[in-house]
Design a protein. Structure first.
Length: 75
């Protein structure tokens, strides 16, 4: 039964494609969405950069925190 439904769907697939049409306005709208998404992502990263940097510095600084500091010993 599933094979029959699949074959009917595949046979009618060219009919589904005929309805798909992108005019120049749609293409420019998609480009505008892409640019706006990239600008929004850049703005988000810019505003959260301090937290992102602190997160990675914290995880990288943990092994260094366990080492003794040599600057206080030689006076």
């Amino acid at each position: 039964m599933n094979l029959e439904l699949l074959s009917i769907y595949i046979a009618n697939l060219p009919l589904l494609r005929e309805r798909a049409y992108l005019d120049p306005g749609s293409g420019s709208f998609l480009i505008q969405l892409l640019i706006a998404g990239l600008v929004g992502l850049g703005f988000f990263v810019k505003t959260k950069w301090g937290k992102i940097k602190a997160f990675f510095n914290r995880s990288a600084a943990k092994p260094d925190a366990e080492k003794p500091d040599d600057t206080d010993q030689g006076t």
